[in-house]
Every structure is written in C-alpha cells, then in structure tokens.
Design a protein around this ligand. Structure first.
Ligand SMILES: [Zn+2]
Ligand SMILES: [Zn+2]
Ligand SMILES: [Zn+2]
Length: 346
C-alpha cells in the first residue's frame, strides 16, 4: 500500500521546524513486571498516545468529572505528560492500571494481575473518557462537540433487513460501535471467494472484503415471514476520523493466521465497508493503516506508524524498536496473531 511504501521518503520528512523538533519526543516503552499482565493495557495506551488525532484533542481537554484515585481521565493525563516530558525511556502504566481496576471492580474486568483483552480495554477507555467529559449524556446519543470518543472514533450505524421478494422491511436498529469486529474465518472464506472472481487485488477490495466477511453468516428471516432469508444491511450515518477493526479468531488454534495476513490491506475506503454510507465526507474517505495490535503467545504487542518521523515502530511493553518496511512484513507473518486489532485514520 501507499503508506507502507512511502514512510521516510519525500520532502515532508526532511522539513522540520524548530518547534516540531522541540516537541518531538522519542517513543517510550511501558513497563510490565512479571505477574502484572499489563500488556493489553500497554497496547491500548500506545495506540491512544500515537494516534495524533486523539493525542492532540485530549491535550485540549481540561475539565472533567473527577473520580479521584479511580479517575481514568487523570491517569491518562499523567501518563501522557510523562510520554511527552519524561527523560525516562520506559514508563510505568501502574496508575492507569489501578484506576482501570477500581473502575471495573464490580464487573470484575481488568483486575490487577489478570490478563484481559486489548481491544475491549481500548473500547472501555474511550467510553470512560466519554463518561468523564460528558457525564450527563447517554453513550448512545452523545453529540457533545468536545467528546473525542464519539466525535472521532464512534461509528454510528443502523442495521435493517429489506426483503427483495415481498418488500417487507424490519425496523431499523440504531447502534454505536467503537470497534468493528469481524470473524477471521469469514474473512478468509470471503478472500478466497473474491480472488476467484478477479485477476488481481484492487484498492477497493479490502473494504469490500471486510463488508462481505461481516455480512457472512448474519442471515435473518424475512420480517413478514415470506420465506426469504435475508442479509442484514448496515448503514453508516457519520464520518469517523479513526476506524478500528477487530479481527476475532474463532478458535485458539487457528491455522488461518497466514491467510489472514495475506488478505489485509493498508487502505480502507469507508464507502466500501458498509452497505450504505450516508455522509458524503465518509463516502469519499480513504483511511490508511496506522497501527496494529497483535496477540501472539498470550501476549499483546503493537505496531504503530509514527507520523513525525514517518516510520513504523514496534512496541513490546518496555521494548521499542523501529521496523523498516521490508522487515515489517516479516514481523506480521512471524506474529501469526490470534487477535489483530487495526486502526485506520484519514
Ligand atoms: Zn480526574
Ligand atoms: Zn460522548
Ligand atoms: Zn419477504
């Protein structure tokens, strides 16, 4: 793809003003001592910090509903300040880890020392930020202009069944999602099917592949019971700036890893991802792969494209290294991940 092919190249990488030089801080690792099992949180945290849109918007936020020692907002503010100003190359994520554990104590999620899911952690961090800054608004109808989770990340969708045979339509079901989850089994089956009908992959193929894969197996009976079996239609009603795709492995011992990796694209057109996209801006949007969270050997690590230096970096808790394009491909194959979580930005 374009993004992977061009990092480091071009004039843009050479022109740096004193101001950007001064504000440039080298990437930092996050510690994960034995028994802490914090890699899922460290991955989510590296994603949030490295997403320029999130980092810059979050910096603008000042007031929030504070929850004292279980305040995820304060914990994030503190670690972001350390990311920017600390001279340490490895930072502890303990304050956020403990705020997260306290916040989700009743649900028994994200508890200290216990491994959890990076994509769900990422989603929940976003929902907590919403809570801290737009407490009065319900999650599913939030339109607060300063609410980064809903303004930048949320996909506002409705799903509906329309019967081509008898014309019946189901009531539209509106919902909001922060991560668009897709089964890897469906993804691989669809990739094979789509490649059979064309000569070579095209740029629109990845979005279409994800759409087909997420529709597969999602069949409903006609709402008027005429006997037809219908595919569900998902319509995107907003224009998110960051889209996260979560690939879900259907079993722990999948042999599909390599097939999945080969079917991944680095460019995603929002218009291809859903049955219909109502906003013109979203229809035109081309998003590029900027980050990837991989799960392999019961451990999460993160790849992220750092826009300031135009390079891909690899974050494995305390360890940070630059990965160049040819090696990047190798890394992904080697990871043979059980869960991949993508981030696309415009
Ligand atoms: Zn606070
Ligand atoms: Zn919100
Ligand atoms: Zn029907």
């Amino acid at each position: 793809g374009d993004l992977l092919g061009s990092p480091g190249g071009g004039l843009q990488g050479l022109i740096t003003t004193p101001r950007t030089m001064a504000s440039f801080a080298p990437s930092k690792g996050l510690s994960n001592e034995p028994g802490q099992n914090s890699c899922f949180l460290n991955s989510a945290l590296q994603v949030l910090w490295h997403l320029d849109i999130f980092r810059r918007s979050f910096r603008q936020l000042t007031t929030h509903k504070c929850m004292e020692d279980s305040c995820i907002f304060c914990a994030l503010k503190s670690i972001f300040a350390q990311f920017q100003f600390s001279s340490e190359r490895v930072l502890p994520s303990d304050v956020l880890r403990s705020a997260l554990a306290k916040t989700f104590q009743d649900e028994q999620r994200f508890q200290l020392g216990i491994m959890d899911d990076a994509a769900e952690c990422f989603e929940n961090l976003l929902m907590r930020i919403h809570f801290h800054i737009s407490a009065e608004t319900r999650e599913d109808i939030c339109t607060a202009k300063h609410c980064i989770p809903h303004q930048k990340f949320a996909m506002t969708l409705f799903e509906q069944c329309v019967c081509n045979s008898c014309g019946a339509t189901s009531d539209p079901l509106p919902f909001i999602q922060m991560v668009h989850y897709i089964s890897t089994t469906s993804l691989c089956n669809q990739a094979v099917r789509m490649l059979e009908c064309r000569e070579k992959p095209t740029p629109d193929m990845f979005g279409e592949l994800l759409r087909n894969a997420s529709n597969m197996g999602d069949l409903r009976n006609c709402p008027s019971n005429c006997g037809e079996v219908l595919r569900i239609r998902r319509v995107l009603m907003n224009s998110p700036e960051i889209v996260s795709i979560g690939l879900v492995w259907d079993s722990d011992h999948s042999d599909l890893a390599e097939d999945v990796i080969h079917s991944l694209g680095t460019c995603l057109r929002l218009g291809d991802l859903f049955y219909r996209v109502t906003e013109e801006r979203a229809r035109q949007a081309e998003l590029y792969l900027v980050g990837m969270v991989c799960y392999y050997g019961k451990h999460y690590s993160t790849f992220f494209f750092q826009t300031k230096i135009r390079k891909w970096m690899y974050f494995d808790d305390a360890h940070v290294k630059e990965v160049s394009y040819p090696r990047f491909g190798g890394y992904v194959c080697y990871l043979g991940s059980v869960c991949v979580h993508f981030h696309f930005v415009g």
